[in-house]
Design a protein. Structure first.
Length: 276
């Protein structure tokens, strides 16, 4: 009986039944040990797509446990530990934004997500909010040359308003890396600040965060110098990480951008070199 009932429930990109679908809506932030244990059991049963091989991951500059450059791998593991300390172990939404364009925010968002998913009790979701220059679907090799349905399509026509509209599950794609999923930008690339600040955007982040207590969300955002979207998105996130490319900016500019977000929101700064 229970298994038949579960088959009729909506499942995510990995075949998991979300807690809110199975038991009614509930706030999973600070959830009980029982819920977390059940979530860990579900992770172990997740259906994974064809995995990416080491040569693909190297070409895409994505970390993996067997990679030769242990310094890069260990750096992202340390960053994972620091963010978990800040959040006291609870799941969170973190926005990564460059001080100036081309400073490694997309690279950092990808690899921080992968670092979290190396822990087999956690899952990671990368949300591409760099509407004018989206790269996450390419970084993960999702969709090939197809134009993917994504975040902007959901915001424009969610299934909560239109039965024929898009659901959150429609826009989350497995990546071929265990426990890592991605939400691409979608077909619409030019969006207004009001669009980003809409109730639909807020509802999207609330749903993907509250659905699973083991899910950590990484938002790839533009710099505040190229778009006001970053400041709006920061309000929807728990913390912000600045990315600084070597030789691309000044200490004064880093301090100015950090002040824009404030001490309560800013989690730290990542310095990068030779990545975008």
């Amino acid at each position: 009986m229970n298994s038949l009932m579960e088959d009729n429930l909506d499942k995510d990109e990995y075949g998991r039944v979300p807690e809110d679908h199975a038991h009614g809506k509930q706030d999973l932030h600070g959830s009980s040990l029982e819920v977390k244990l059940k979530s860990a059991q579900q992770i172990a049963l997740m259906k994974e797509p064809l995995p990416q091989i080491a040569s693909q991951l190297r070409a895409r500059k994505i970390i993996y446990p067997e990679m030769k450059d242990r310094d890069v791998l260990d750096t992202f593991r340390r960053l994972r530990t620091k963010l978990l300390q800040i959040s006291a172990g609870d799941n969170f939404i973190v926005m990564l934004t460059p001080v100036v364009p081309g400073s490694g925010a997309s690279f950092s968002a990808t690899n921080l997500a992968v670092a979290f998913a190396l822990d087999n009790t956690k899952t990671a979701l990368v949300v591409d909010c760099n509407f004018r220059n989206p790269v996450q679907h390419q970084r993960f090799g999702v969709g090939g040359t197809r134009e993917l349905i994504g975040l902007t399509d959901y915001i424009e026509n969610p299934d909560t308003l239109d039965p024929e509209g898009w659901s959150v599950d429609d826009i989350i794609y497995p990546t071929g890396i265990k426990r890592v999923s991605v939400v691409p930008v979608g077909k619409r690339r030019e969006v207004s600040q009001e669009y980003v600040a809409s109730a639909h955007m807020e509802a999207f982040f609330a749903e993907v965060r509250n659905r699973y207590p083991d899910r950590f969300i990484f938002v790839d955002a533009p710099s505040i110098s190229e778009s006001p979207d970053a400041m709006v998105l920061a309000d929807l996130c728990d913390m912000v990480v600045l990315c600084v490319g070597y030789g691309k900016t000044t200490l004064n500019r880093i301090a100015q951008v950090a002040a824009e977000f404030g001490d309560e929101k800013l989690a730290g700064v990542i310095f990068t070199e030779g990545v975008a």
